[in-house]
Design a protein around this ligand. Structure first.
Ligand code: UDP
Length: 332
């Protein structure tokens, strides 16, 4: 394949073709699962997209199909270091971070650094360029919640020294820093609290429930349900998530907004659905529940419905089929 997009390494001088008529959007973590879907979406909306990633958990395969598009550029860069981009930047979507429990437990310092130093650098760039800034935050801000479902005005129940704190507290700090840049520097900011999201381009080995269960079911292996499987989650298909994020960016809402699917189920039920869909004979085995694993999780999306006119559309059964097709293609 001939790669015609601009591929830069850290510290290279970044020069992008000037076309001030196009909106230019920088997506950090753009080679990741969610980031790469955002790249696709913003390209389809006619933006010039600069995808920045250090490829720690991101994957070039997720964006390979965009190489050759003249409105797309990839920059290999660690956003915990100073970010330099030549020319105008209209929007910055800060999605760089390990995001699955397995990844952030394996990469605790990098996770803390990208949530803190990386958010600082990305906000600094937003200030320099007068860009809108959108922070990818998370339902992990609510920790192991004592209120259910979780609405944006719940402050959460986070263990500040537990193993998950590297992600939870980094994102809580990132939210605080984003609000400080908004209040003190007048930056136009948005915060999306992302609940469990699934779709093609998840990594089969990222340790999350869906890829793990699907990989196990496809191989006929035991399905490893943690705890007794009574903990609940609510799964949102990636296309719905990306649409919600786009609407939030184009709104004027500065305070956090939950985006997720309120269809809640236990993890045991979820495992059963995945096994059924795969037509597998795998049986469920129970393993220890990870420390501080939230017992319940369901977004209250009243605010997103009201101010963004958004709600998820894709049924779980349909979304799961698309992921299965993707994983089958990957492992074929
Ligand atoms: N889980 C599980 N088996 C696995 C992986 C995950 O039972 O092999 C459970 C996990 O303990 C959690 C839920 O599935 O209760 C969702 O986990 P995931 O890692 O997808 O994301 P989380 O919502 O915990 O961030």
């Amino acid at each position: 394949m001939i790669i015609t997009c601009c591929v830069y390494k850290a510290n290279d001088y970044l020069h992008f073709p000037e076309d001030n008529t196009l909106e230019r959007t920088l997506i950090t973590g753009g080679a990741g699962f969610l980031g790469s879907h955002l790249c696709d979406y913003f390209i389809a909306k006619g933006h010039y997209v600069i995808c920045m990633d250090n490829l720690l958990t991101g994957d070039m395969d997720n964006i390979a199909h965009l190489f050759g598009n003249e409105r797309f550029a990839f920059v290999k860069h660690d956003v915990t270091d100073f970010i330099y981009v030549e020319g105008k930047v209209d929007n910055i979507l800060h999605f760089a971070s390990p995001a699955s429990p397995i990844d952030y437990l394996k990469l605790p310092i990098q996770t803390l650094k990208v949530g803190s130093l990386g958010t600082h650098k990305a906000l600094g760039l937003a200030k320099e360029k007068g860009a809108r800034f959108l922070l990818a935050s998370t339902s992990e801000c609510y920790g192991d919640p004592l209120e259910h479902p979780q609405s944006e005005d719940y402050w959460g129940n986070v263990n500040p020294v537990g193993p998950r704190s590297v992600y939870d507290e980094a994102k809580r700090f990132a939210e605080a820093l984003t609000m400080a840049y908004h209040r003190y520097h007048g930056i136009d900011t948005r915060i999306v609290r992302i609940f469990n999201t699934y779709g093609p381009r998840m990594r089969l080995d990222d340790g999350r429930a869906l890829p793990t269960f699907m990989a196990q079911a496809m191989r006929g292996e035991d399905i490893t349900v943690f705890g007794d499987g009574s903990q609940t989650r609510s799964f949102c298909y990636v296309d719905d998530m990306v649409e919600g994020i786009f609407r939030l960016l184009n709104s004027s809402e500065v305070n956090p907004v939950n985006i997720g699917n309120p269809g809640e189920m236990t993890i045991l039920e979820f495992a059963g659905k995945v096994v059924g869909l795969c037509g597998s004979r795998s049986r469920v085995v129970f393993k220890d529940l990870p420390v501080d694993d939230p017992k319940v999780r369901r977004p209250d999306i009243t605010k997103a419905r009201k101010i963004l006119g958004w709600e998820p559309k894709v049924r779980l059964e349909d979304g799961l089929k698309l992921v299965l097709e993707y994983f089958r293609g990957k492992t074929a």
